[in-house]
Design a protein around this ligand. Sequence first.
Ligand SMILES: *[C@@H]1O[C@H](CO)[C@@H](O)[C@H](O)[C@H]1NC(C)=O
Length: 454
Amino acid sequence: MKSFAFASALAAISSSLVTATPTPTDPEQPHKRATLPTVTASGNAFWTGSTRFYVRGIDYQPGGSSAMADPLADSTICQRDIAEFKKLGVNTIRVYITDNSANHDTCMNALADAGIYVIIDANNPLYSINRFEPAASYNTAYLQSVFATIDEFIKYPNTMAFFSGNEVINDNVTSTLSARYVKATTRDMRQYIGNRGYRKVPVGYSAADVSQNRIQLASYMNCGTDDERSDFFAFNDYSWCNTNFVQSGWDQKVKSFTGYGIPIFLSEYGCITNGRDFGEVQALMSSEMTGVYSGGLMYEYALEANNFGIVKIPSPQASTVQEEAGFTKFASAMSAYPAPTGNGGFTSTTNSAACPTKDANWLVDSTLLPAIPDGAKAFMTAGAGTGPGLKGDGSQNAGGTSTGDASPGSGTSTAAPSSSKNAAGVTKMGPIEKAPLIITGLVFVLTLTGTMLL
Ligand SMILES: *[C@@H]1O[C@H](CO)[C@@H](O)[C@H](O)[C@H]1NC(C)=O
């Protein structure tokens, strides 16, 4: 029944979407997901309606990245693990690899029933930007897969956000040259969402834990014209290591990002050096951080050789998992430190950052982004069509690359503004606290561009 309702609603906005039909082996369960509100980005925070939304999540990648498996396409796997997510009390999972040719109704609906949102990485090892061959890998086949992933997941109300890239830029300075292509991908994804008339699911990048380029990268992803900027920024952080707010340096990470202008959260945290009591949860939910950060995702759920996981999965299809010591500790931290009430001291205005200049740690010397590849322009009006899934040829050397730079503003959505504007939910907010603009490392530029509707 609900699938039919979804299909009808989608048909109204896009005639080319492949509608999802439950397979006979996956009977639809009764569910109440219609009550789960969608998440929007406004100011430097996320919202469900007029309530501040914090990512209180876990990274979900059973089998690791080498498995190239989509846990949300297998109802046995996801339902087993959703039961564990409920015990943990998480409200969000991040899924690194999904199959854009598969049906996700059962798992996405079961997650919604559990009150759990999903952040989807829009790329995967086969269809991604190559950090050392960014120009070749930013091509039509790549964007077709990215857009097909948007098509597949944007129909679910509990899709919270999309990552436009994951740790593409790393600690090798040459990789900073790939930032232009990641940023172009973000631009293209946001334009695709706008042009297709979709709900404005936030799009941003998930950065590696690399101190020498973190600030420049963050500034870069939030500089330039509106069409070029992200809806949020996320980074991975492994500096806590059972210390505290000051010793970990998180106090400095609050200072240096104060006034950044868009939501920030940790896409991975959970250092395992010195044991692990998940003091990060207390810090993330405290007023020391909530003015600047919107929570984070603990890395990770499934125990792999790297020892970060908190459940052991005996075999991929096992019906039960074994909870490790970290499971109880993480569940305790989640329960002891709930999301704060009130607005957390957010900043209601959005602002852009100044684009970083080239230096020894940052090799990008232009603020211009590559133009969308000619072959991908058609997707903006016709849709991306059927996704290649995880068994395709991959895109990194597929040809069909970008020719030349885009003029700033050219990625603006051409569709009429949808009624579900990002900020619609916060118009009834009470008095707004403005965080003091402490500038230490980032240079902020207040923009008068109307991205904030308060
Ligand atoms: C950075 O990557 C480039 C390209 O793969 C490689 O040639 C270079 O040796 C790397 N530098 C370091 C310090 O690893």
